[in-house]
Design a protein around this ligand. Structure first.
Ligand SMILES: [Zn+2]
Length: 223
């Protein structure tokens, strides 16, 4: 749902939802049962559409202040999606491992939460002890354990895909449309193969993370 008020965030949301629309229209040829995308690809077209729009808007801004505001909020979103969700995943892994050896008190869970959060945020952020119970506000931990990785996976996938598009966009659009057309009939391994991307290879993730790094560098340069 979008309340369009002409803000740049609204433009991004519109691009995001249109991405879902394009994906669903293309995948509809697979029929009702196979059109639905796998979880790993569910946010691909939407986030990719958002990224294209973001880059176009960014290029159209000449004032350094406007560019910095756009870059800063993008970097914040990306760090939230990648670093924070992976920290969530690590928290779940440790808690589930410990639970195998016996019941855990809320304090013990809080200790794991604090140590993982402290590590993921680094020394610049000081967490107070009252943050120890904040794991309990994440519904995924209870209702869909280990789902959180999908956000980071989806974001990194799009970043890597975008990096390929920037390197050489020859034939990219054709491959991209084919990928969306596949709907739920193929897994990410087959879908990404035409782009020479492979999520089981660490360079795939490095490519995605380098895009975030590049935004942070642009932000540094724009001071
Ligand atoms: Zn979405």
């Amino acid at each position: 749902l979008l309340n369009y008020q002409g803000k740049s965030r609204d433009v991004m949301t519109l691009a995001h939802e249109l991405g879902h629309g394009v994906h669903q229209v293309l995948a509809s040829q697979q029929g009702h049962l196979m059109a639905d995308t796998p979880l790993t690809l569910a946010e691909t077209a939407s986030v990719f559409g958002e990224m294209l729009t973001f880059q176009t808007l960014l290029k159209s801004k000449s004032s350094p202040q406007e560019r910095n505001i756009m870059l800063a909020s993008k970097v914040e979103d990306m760090l939230n999606t990648v670093v924070r969700q992976i920290a969530f995943h690590e928290f779940e892994t440790i808690v589930h491992d410990q639970r195998r050896h016996g019941e855990l008190t809320p304090e013990a869970i809080g200790d794991v939460w604090m140590s993982v959060q402290e590590r993921s945020l680094g020394p610049a952020i000081k967490l107070e002890r009252n943050y120890a119970s904040f794991w309990s506000y994440i519904p995924h931990f209870i209702h869909s354990p280990f789902y959180v990785y999908a956000y980071a996976f989806g974001d990194c996938l799009v970043n890597s895909l975008y990096a390929v598009y920037e390197e050489s966009n020859e034939g990219f659009a054709e491959n991209y449309i084919e990928m969306l057309r596949a709907g739920g009939t193929l897994r990410h391994k087959e879908l990404l193969q035409p782009f020479n991307l492979d999520a089981s290879d660490s360079t795939f993730w490095a490519k995605g993370l380098s895009l975030i790094e590049n935004f942070i560098d642009q932000l540094d340069d724009g001071k």
